[in-house]
Ligand binder design. Structure first.
Ligand SMILES: Cc1cc2nc3c(=O)[nH]c(=O)nc-3n(C[C@H](O)[C@H](O)[C@H](O)COP(=O)(O)O)c2cc1C
Length: 215
């Protein structure tokens, strides 16, 4: 696939068909993501992937927690939208309005998708060491995006989501993640289902709003 095609093909999918992903493919995606750059080549990320019975158990317990109204307590503090600053806040408001129009303001299926972890075929959890500097978070983000692009190039869809990491103790327990690692983000991988919600494509800010080139 052409690179620009891969970049545009990656978008967040919120309903997969629950089909598992071959382990050889999962390994190839992670191996490709390892070529992401990092501070002094520190490669601060580690990867834990839930599939099969482990994923099934995580999905079941996650849904029970959501249905019981248990608040999330992610290792990275959940942040109020306003705290991101005026420009990102405006972009979030545009997304809300645009998505609302697409869903005819019926967010019920969208909300339900969160609780069932998007019926993903594999849940990828990325950790970094506890107490690592902000640069490590930057490195991890590059790794995460490379992983999703690699997946897209192999015909596998994805979603990066806070939803995966809102109950980190549960994730630690199922995957044996040590206490000295932060469960930074989860990425759902899978094969897209025919759910109408998946037809949504989020907008992007105009270049004039975010780019300065000065001679
Ligand atoms: C760190 C991070 C956390 C996210 N958490 C969620 C989430 O919990 N639920 C969700 O539906 N989407 C989540 N998303 C997906 C974003 O909403 C999505 O990336 C954004 O709207 C842009 O759309 P696109 O990924 O389809 O290009 C998250 C994305 C990132 C990068």
């Amino acid at each position: 696939m052409e690179f620009s095609e891969v970049v545009r093909k990656r978008r967040s999918i919120r309903d997969f068909d629950e089909r598992p992903i071959d382990k050889t493919i999962l390994k190839a995606i992670v191996e490709e993501a390892q070529w992401a750059p990092s501070w002094v080549n520190s490669q601060p990320w580690k990867v834990y992937i839930a599939t099969g019975e482990t994923l099934k158990a995580i999905k079941k317990e996650h849904l029970a927690k959501v249905q019981a109204g248990e608040n999330g307590y992610s290792d990275f503090k959940h942040a109020a939208r306003e705290s991101f600053g005026a420009y990102p806040l405006k972009n979030m408001q545009i997304l809300n309005a645009d998505l609302g129009a697409y869903l005819k303001n019926d967010f019920s299926e969208f909300s339900a998708a969160q609780g069932r972890l998007y019926r993903c075929g594999a849940a990828v959890y990325i950790t970094i060491p506890k107490g690592a500097p902000e640069w490590a978070i930057m490195d991890m983000g590059g790794f995460e995006q490379t992983l999703m692009l690699s997946a897209a190039n192999k015909g596998i869809d994805s979603i990066p989501a806070y939803e995966f990491v809102k109950y980190p103790d549960m994730v630690r327990r199922y995957l044996g993640i040590p206490e000295n690692e932060l469960v930074a983000i989860g990425v759902g991988l899978g094969y897209v289902s025919d759910n109408a919600m998946n037809g949504y494509r989020s907008p992007r800010a105009a270049l004039d709003d975010m780019l300065v080139i000065k001679d």
